[in-house]
Design a binder for this molecule. Structure first.
Ligand code: ASP
Ligand code: MG
Length: 469
């Protein structure tokens, strides 16, 4: 039995017009598959509004959430007014919207009284947008003649209780999917499932992080043993570089799981970074497609490349970083310095994006978001106060305004000369490289340059390494 999971993001359900396009896409593909599950985001802007309502209420503002309630009601009612012609459907949807938004106001009012918002409360509040959009999309599909029902992913995806950033528990999820979703699909119903959220074993609503509707789609893909998962968004696919930096960036037609892993890590905006894990586990191909340009083939992400791979497929950059260097002749051959360094960093909750250490062992450099730099340096100075006094460690220094530029492509593995071409491209433009790292997967090379040269570095690598095969 063939099974397809399709996810539509916030812009794909962001207006009546977009919802019509989404419905048309679903109906075009429905006859070609035995079972179709659709996952939807909230209408674009809605989740941000819900977050704002909760946060302002927590700060003692009992007016903003009421204004937002009003705006959200208008936005959704306007959409159903132009989408739905049946009076009874319209009435039912209007009632659902009112109930969900009343819940929003009641929850925000509680937050206002308490003067704080917990992560658990935030999850319940911010997930309300998907509960509305799923019902609207299902109603539109019914209006166009399909059998369709909205389904809450709180009934399907079981997670831990790490509110705001929950992780799925797959065996429990598989069970719920088999009980609550498979029978519907087997009946020929197009299920329209809420993205973003799941629930704990006790049924408390969780969210899996901002942008996690992608992740819900891939989790359902795994649970359903789907043949493919398609992510419909508002761009043509994963690009060879950010188009605002490289105007002639191209769509990448095929990426492997390991390549997209490196890209997600290095800040590609297209997919929620966890999305790839369930499809890798299930060996399920994942396609990225554009709702507003549906004939474009998009990007297909697969286990193994289908043909010969170009060496470097994409170049990305991460900005607003600082380099911290712990330096000292007395570090050589002393075990535990690296462990203590990173323990001190993690106590400040700073995420380390790249590490480089020369084999001389006289320094360790690593890269963190700049907003953490003061607390991390302080934490390192405390950790190593004895070593600094003994002059075993000479300096702990930071350098701001650095950028990691990373070239990604599985074809680099075993292709000699790729690094040379990258450095030649940079050298020709007088771009100074501050540090270098290559993962042992050989799927990416990352180098660090100063902020003012980083866009040029990306353009040079794009032009001289990616475009010139
Ligand atoms: N609506 C949620 C968000 O804006 C989830 C998603 O769209 O993927 O983060
Ligand atoms: Mg997204």
């Amino acid at each position: 039995m063939s099974t397809l999971v399709m996810k539509f993001g916030g812009t794909s359900v962001g207006s009546a017009d977009a919802i019509n396009k989404t419905a048309a896409i679903v109906l075009e593909h429905a006859p070609k598959w035995d079972r179709i599950a659709v996952v939807v985001s909230a209408m674009s802007g809605v989740t941000n509004a819900l977050v704002k309502g909760a946060e302002t209420a927590a700060c003692g503002d009992d007016k903003t959430y009421l204004d937002l309630h009003h705006d959200l009601k208008q936005k959704h009612i306007q959409a159903i007014d132009s989408l739905i012609s049946s009076d009874s459907e319209k009435e039912a949807l209007g009632k659902a919207i009112n109930e969900i938004l009343d819940e929003f106001s009641i929850l925000c009012h509680s937050v206002f009284i308490l003067g704080e918002v917990t992560n658990r409360a935030l999850d319940t509040i911010t997930s309300l947008g998907e509960r509305i959009s799923a019902q609207i999309v299902a109603a539109v599909l019914r209006q166009k003649g399909a059998k369709s029902e909205a389904v809450k992913s709180t009934e399907l995806v079981v997670t831990d209780d790490n509110f705001q950033n929950a992780m799925p528990i797959m065996d429990a999820t598989n069970h719920k999917v088999n009980v609550n979703l498979v029978p519907l699909l087997n009946d020929g119903v197009i299920a329209v499932v809420t993205g973003f959220m799941g629930a704990t074993r006790n049924g408390i609503t969780t969210t899996l992080g901002r942008g996690a509707s992608d992740y819900i789609a891939s989790i359902l893909g795994l649970a359903l043993k789907a043949d493919e998962v398609w992510i419909w968004t508002d761009v043509d696919g994963v690009m060879t570089a950010a188009p605002n930096i490289v105007p002639d960036a191209k769509i990448i037609h095929e990426l492997t799981y390991s390549e997209v892993g490196e890209l997600a890590y290095f800040g590609a905006k297209v997919l929620h970074p966890q999305t790839i894990r369930p499809v890798v586990e299930g060996g399920i191909p994942l396609c990225v497609k554009n709702t507003f340009n549906p004939t474009c083939p998009g990007t297909k992400i697969v286990a193994e490349p289908s043909g010969k791979n170009g060496a470097v497929k994409a170049v990305t950059s991460i900005k607003n970083l600082s380099m911290i260097t712990v330096e000292g002749r007395g570090m050589m051959g002393v075990p535990g310095i690296a462990a203590r360094t990173f323990a001190a960093v993690s106590r400040q909750n700073a995420n380390v994006l790249m590490i480089s250490q020369a084999s001389s062992e006289q320094s360790i450099s690593f890269f963190i978001p700049s907003n953490k730099v003061n607390s991390v340096v302080k934490s390192l100075q405390d950790e190593f106060s004895v070593e600094i006094q003994r002059r075993d460690i000479d300096r702990i220094v930071s350098l701001d305004n650095v950028v990691i530029v990373s070239a990604v492509g599985a074809g680099m593995r075993g292709t000699p000369g790729v690094a040379a071409r990258i450095f030649q491209a940079l050298g020709e433009s007088n771009i100074n490289v501050v540090a270098i790292a290559q993962g042992s997967s050989e799927c990416s090379i990352s180098l660090v340059v100063m902020d003012e040269q980083s866009d040029d570095a990306v353009r040079q690598i794009h032009q001289k390494v990616i475009m010139k095969k």
